[in-house]
Design a protein around this ligand. Structure first.
Ligand code: ITT
Length: 192
């Protein structure tokens, strides 16, 4: 099946190709030359749908998008839907990580969770899937793999941060993996 993953983020594209497997021919927005899509909603679901809807409206193809946020309990759920721009417009992953370590300095409640919402538009109909992983924010960076907040997020029940895990391990247990597994099962049923 040919399907567009409405993302410009190559880390996400790589993870999702590994999770969904080779029976899907997935193209990302860089591959089809699609410009940046505005993300102006104030929920993960709203942003995921905004990206998928843009691609459907402009290219008329089956497509899905994911929006992901890191919610930190001691920060009242921030940065959440604003995780990409937590340290300011145009900031790097490292800027975000440093700001988080700074804001969380001395804070004892380290509980956090990653949430991913996937919006799928298939034959013109909309579907949503969600994945969540609870964990904690470390006091310093551990590991160099992955991207974004991976070096400071340790999922519950694991000794390693996402950035210390192999790609295979992260792609088996992560928030994105959980949401994408549901998408995969749905697509398998749909195309039976
Ligand atoms: P697209 O909108 O083009 O898909 P994006 O980078 O803006 O790419 P999101 O809005 O979904 O992606 O993600 C917001 C930020 O959350 C992202 O920039 C990362 O900093 C962080 N993030 C997302 N998924 C992550 C993951 O699996 N591990 C660590 N950080 C992640």
């Amino acid at each position: 099946m040919d399907i567009i993953f409405a993302t410009h983020n190559l880390n996400k594209a790589e993870e999702v190709s590994a999770i969904l497997g080779s029976q899907y021919h997935i193209k990302n927005l860089r591959e089809i030359g699609c410009p940046e899509i505005p993300e102006t909603a104030d929920t993960l679901q709203g942003n995921a749908l905004q990206k998928a809807q843009y691609v459907f409206d402009h290219y008329n193809v089956n497509c899905f998008a994911d929006d992901t946020g890191l919610e930190v309990e001691a920060l009242d759920g921030r940065p959440g839907v604003y995780s990409a721009r937590y340290a300011g417009e145009g900031c790097s992953y490292q800027d975000n990580v440093m700001k988080m370590l700074d804001e969380m300095r001395g804070v004892t409640n380290r509980k956090a969770c990653f949430k991913t919402v996937v919006a799928l538009i298939l034959d013109g109909k909309k579907y949503f899937f969600e994945g969540r992983v609870d964990g904690e924010i470390m006091t310093e960076q551990h590991g160099t793999d992955g991207f974004g907040y991976d070096p400071i997020f340790k999922p519950l029940g694991f000794r390693q941060t996402y950035a210390e895990m192999s790609a295979l391990s992260k792609n088996t247990i992560s928030h994105r993996a959980r949401a994408m597994q549901q998408l995969k099962m749905f697509l398998e049923e749909y195309t039976k």
